[in-house]
Ligand binder design. Structure first.
Ligand SMILES: N[C@@H](CCC[C@H](N)C(=O)O)C(=O)O
Length: 299
């Protein structure tokens, strides 16, 4: 039988945060073995008080030269390779704890660095995009991924078609539209496209409208999380794809439903995403089962 003391030792601290409305739980796994289990993630996602889009679990560093290792879990319990909004939340949480502004993380997709700027915004180096079909990945060869053959809706009058595809460590498809992005039933088309056989590892699906040479508006259906108010890696993928197809320059403001993100695809080929993060409340949770309680001052 589990005693109260055992239950307490199983608890780890977390902070409920958001990045432009992308709901994030930052879980502190430092000094602990194990990981946040998918079962725990699913239970926490089902509770309206802790409902989230991604968990960002901070682990002790493994690789020399990095501060921490980050594990990313979607609300359906699947693992993700990148999460831009979540990374900003992690940096804000660590900066509040330590006073240090810059960090280097071992993320599932590789080494990423990020810093809190003097105005409080957080800049994340999201690494280099990949365009090769087998790195997205796609299930069939497309030599030009600026536009691939994929459509949804009636065959002779598709609602969405010919997306650009980009990997930001995780797979993204961007459907360009000239209408209001809110006029599309993304809740209906999102899951069909996320799970389309062309994407063997599923994909994050965005609808994007270019509004100026440096401004884009998007909505995203996230792989493993559904409709979200913000997806940082989708904003990066869209900024890159827009520049790559001649729709915009390399520095854009990408408006997600939660607000603006600055996306800068630098000459170094690295994509820098800048935006805010916000703390909501703190607590402790069991990374195996997901049972949680608020911190005393927040209870
Ligand atoms: N919200 C994230 C992206 C999260 C990962 C995604 N759902 C996936 O499975 O690839 C972001 O801000 O980048």
């Amino acid at each position: 039988m589990t005693t109260q003391a055992q239950t307490m030792t199983a608890q780890v601290p977390f902070a409920k945060m958001n990045g432009l409305g992308n709901e994030i739980l930052v879980v502190d796994m430092r000094g602990r073995a194990g990981r946040v289990e998918s079962e725990a993630a699913i239970a926490l996602a089902a509770d309206p008080a802790t409902a989230f889009d991604q968990i960002m679990a901070i682990h002790d560093p493994v690789l020399e030269g990095t501060d921490y290792r980050i594990d990313i879990i979607n609300s359906d319990g699947s693992r993700a390779q990148a999460c831009g909004n979540g990374t900003r939340c992690v940096v804000q949480a660590l900066a509040a704890e330590t006073g240090r502004k810059s960090y280097t993380f071992q993320a599932p997709t590789g080494i990423i660095s990020a810093e809190e700027l003097s105005d409080g915004l957080i800049a994340v180096d999201m690494g280099e995009p990949a365009f090769e079909w087998n790195r997205i990945p796609l299930s069939e060869a497309f030599h030009d991924t600026r536009q691939i053959e994929l459509q949804i809706g009636p065959i002779d009058a598709p609602v969405l078609h010919s997306p650009s595809v980009v990997s930001m460590g995780n797979p993204h498809a961007i459907f360009w539209v000239s209408e209001d992005v809110w006029s599309f039933d993304l809740e209906r088309f999102g899951p069909l496209l996320e799970n389309h056989p062309i994407f063997p590892e599923r994909a994050n699906i965005s609808i994007a409208r270019v509004e100026a040479a440096d401004e884009i508006r998007i909505r995203t259906w996230e792989r493993g999380a559904g409709l979200t108010r913000a997806c940082g890696s989708a904003a990066c993928a869209t900024g890159v794809a827009a520049a790559r197809t001649g729709r915009t320059g390399r520095r854009t403001i990408v408006h997600v439903p939660g607000g603006p993100l600055i996306i800068d695809w630098r000459d170094t080929n690295h994509v820098i995403m800048t935006g805010p993060a916000e703390w909501e409340f703190s607590g402790s949770l069991d990374p195996a089962g997901g049972q949680w309680q608020p911190a005393e001052q927040d209870a």
